[in-house]
Every structure is written in structure tokens, then in C-alpha cells.
Design a binder for this molecule. Structure first.
Ligand code: 5GP
Ligand code: MN
Length: 348
């Protein structure tokens, strides 16, 4: 089976990556904290490929993958730092190559960051977030790509590795492409995405099953929590084209909240005509977790970096607020005034 994609990656980077892989036996792959489908998909795709080539490849994550992503092939083999700190330390200390996927800043590795910094192994970054920090020898950074998995597929293509993609690897790659685009509903203007999907289908992925597992599998508690949040905790600020949803700890506990249970909730207010961006504030133990989404030109990554200690992409971003939930809500209201300048006359 063949696939031809435009070469967008500097061939020097893929040649060097190939050379580094050839020269390494022990390889660590790592991704950002609270891993999402793209982070796990790209990490595990690499793990399967490298293991197939006879390498000792391990995925080390800062924390545990959410239950909602247990269906990603290979997820049980991941070594989360929060669960297996000693083993994670050993893997980093012995690694001859570290592959970093789907993050642009060391901070996104949380307590794993010092391990990466201390590691003497060469590092390669494959990522699609804006403005990557320069912590790796090889940086394959393409923020115009909709997912790290799509970018990884391009890397594999350019290295002549597509024949190595079996059903398991194809499923991992597809999961990242699908979840970072909301099942190909946004950031989806690159027609080559569809060539890749066709290729992955030829590799045997079960598209419908993966869709159901990623988007349509919810516990009763989870459904009720999301319905409660929209019915009772959503504020729509029509004059600012904005919406806010907040959940405090008591509410989360009432519905037995588990990580991942509010995934996708922040997108829902965007369905309301006139709402250009949406922010979700979830009270945690140490900080208020912020998630933001927008339509069109309104840059929620700026909103998150200016007000919520975070960043991300123009239309999907997040951050952490160190203060009370009430203060975070007030901060959001302040931000809406500044962000009026990004609303076009048609938006108002
Ligand atoms: P989510 O809302 O799904 O948690 O995150 C959406 C996107 O926002 C992520 O892909 C990531 O790029 C960015 N993001 C989320 N949380 C943070 C954060 O705490 N800091 C930074 N810099 N970016 C974040
Ligand atoms: Mn991603």
C-alpha cells in the first residue's frame, strides 16, 4: 500500500531521528500531564513501532491516563511517574534516546520535567503546539498540523516507515487525529488528513468502534454531571460572545467525579448562536483547572496565557488558576472585557 503526502518536514530532522533510533536500544517516550488521546496515541504508536523493531521502548507519563482512554492499544504498558516513580527514574536514567511528543514546554511534564532535563540522552520533540521550548536536539514542530498523530504519520512517511504500520499502530494514530479534531469537526481543513484516514482504514482500524469508545461512552454519573453543569452552572454573556461553566468540589464529589468526566463539556456552549468562546473552570485541590475553546479568530490561548497561567492553541487552550474559584470567575469576567476587541461586528 502506498501513500503520497506533501513533504513538509525538514528532511535533516527525519534523517537525524532515524540515525538516533538506529543507535539506541533503550528508548523512552514521554508526553504531557493529564494525557489526552493525541498524547497517548502518538506515544503508544511510537512504542509499538519501536518494540516491533526490537528496541526496549517505554512510554513514561507524568500521571495516569484517564479511564476514558483505557481503550488506546497498549495503555496498560505505560509507566506513570505518579504510580511507578522508581521505575520511571530508572528508565530515564538508562535511556539512550528520549522522544517527546505532544507538548511544547517542560512545565507540561510536571514532576517528570527534572528527569528529562537531567537525562544525558539525545532528545527529539514531535509536536504541534505553538512556540516550542528549545529543550531537544531535534525539534519537529508544526503548529499548523491538527494533531501530533497526524504529524507523526508524516514523519513515518518521510522515514519510509509506513509499511511498519499495523492495525495497532494505525488505531493509535487515528485516535489522536480523531480526538484533537473533535471527530474531524474542527482544525480539519488539510485534505491530506483524509488520505491518511483512508490509509489507516486499509491497515484495518475499526473507525466506528474507536469513535464510540472515544466520544460515546459515558457513565451514568458522567452524563448527569454534564447535564447538571449545563442546566445549572452555565452563564451566557451574550454581549461578550462568551460563556462560562463552573463546577466546585462539592458538585464534583456529588457526581463521583473522575478525571476525564467533563471532557468535551467546554465545547457545548459554542453551539449557542452568538457564543464565540467558552471557558470551563473546575475547582481542584491545588488550583482551578481552566479549559477554553473558541470559534474563529478569538485567541483563547492568549486568554489562558494572560489570565490563567496557561496556553495552547488559538481555538483550544487551558491553564491553571492559583486562587479560589470565585476569584477565577472574577478574572474571567475581567478577561471578557479585554477580549471584546477580538469580536468582529458580525459576532456581536
Ligand atoms: P484541555 O482543555 O483539553 O485540557 O486542553 C486543550 C489544550 O489546551 C491542550 O491541548 C493544551 O494545548 C492546552 N492546555 C491545557 N491545559 C494547559 C495548561 O495548563 N498549560 C498550557 N500551557 N496549556 C494547556
Ligand atoms: Mn495534541
Amino acid at each position: 500500500m502506498n501513500i503520497y503526502l506533501n513533504s513538509i518536514i525538514d528532511p535533516k530532522s527525519t534523517a537525524r531521528l532515524q540515525q538516533l533510533i538506529d543507535g539506541a536500544e533503550k528508548i523512552v517516550i514521554t508526553c504531557h500531564t493529564s494525557p489526552d488521546g493525541d498524547a497517548l496515541g502518538s506515544s503508544l504508536a511510537l512504542m509499538h513501532l519501536l518494540t516491533g523493531l526490537g528496541k526496549q521502548a517505554h512510554v513514561v507519563t507524568p500521571d495516569v491516563a484517564p479511564d476514558s482512554l483505557r481503550f488506546v492499544p497498549g495503555v496498560k504498558e505505560i509507566v506513570p511517574f505518579t504510580r511507578h516513580e522508581e521505575f520511571a527514574r530508572q528508565l530515564f536514567a538508562e535511556a539512550e534516546l528520549v522522544l517527546c511528543v505532544d507538548f511544547n514546554a517542560l512545565k507540561r511534564l510536571d514532576r517528570l520535567a527534572p528527569l528529562l532535563e537531567e537525562s544525558k540522552a539525545p532528545k527529539v520533540l514531535i509536536d504541534h503546539h505553538l512556540e516550542p521550548e528549545q529543550f531537544a536536539e531535534v525539534i519537529i514542530s508544526h503548529p499548523e498540523q491538527s494533531s501530533t498523530c497526524m504529524l507523526l504519520f508524516r514523519v513515518l512517511c518521510q522515514m519510509g516507515w509506513v509499511e511498519l504500520i499495523d492495525r495497532k499502530v494505525a488505531s493509535c494514530i487515528y485516535i489522536g487525529m480523531m480526538t484533537d479534531t473533535g471527530n474531524f469537526a474542527y482544525n480539519d481543513s488539510d485534505p491530506e488528513i483524509y488520505l491518511v484516514i483512508a490509509f489507516l482504514m486499509e491497515c484495518g482500524i475499526d473507525k466506528d468502534r474507536l469513535y464510540r469508545a472515544a466520544f460515546n461512552t459515558k457513565s451514568e454519573n458522567q452524563l448527569r454531571l454534564n447535564a447538571y453543569a449545563i442546566a445549572n452552572k452555565m452563564e451566557v454573556l451574550t454581549e461578550h460572545g462568551a460563556a462560562l461553566i463552573t463546577l466546585d468540589k462539592t458538585e464534583l464529589e456529588r457526581y463521583g467525579y473522575k478525571k476525564g468526566d467533563t471532557e468535551g463539556l467546554v465545547n457545548q456552549p459554542l453551539a449557542i448562536p452568538g457564543v464565540r468562546y467558552s471557558v470551563f473552570l473546575r475547582e481542584g485541590d491545588d488550583y482551578v483547572k481552566v479549559s477554553a475553546r473558541s470559534i474563529g479568530e478569538l485567541p483563547v490561548d492568549r486568554l489562558c496565557s494572560e489570565y490563567f497561567n496557561g496556553g495552547g492553541h488559538k481555538n483550544a487552550a487551558g491553564g491553571e488558576f492559583y486562587g479560589t474559584l470565585q476569584q477565577a470567575i472574577e478574572t474571567f469576567h475581567t478577561a471578557t472585557k479585554e477580549f471584546d476587541k477580538y469580536l468582529t461586528p458580525n459576532d456581536k
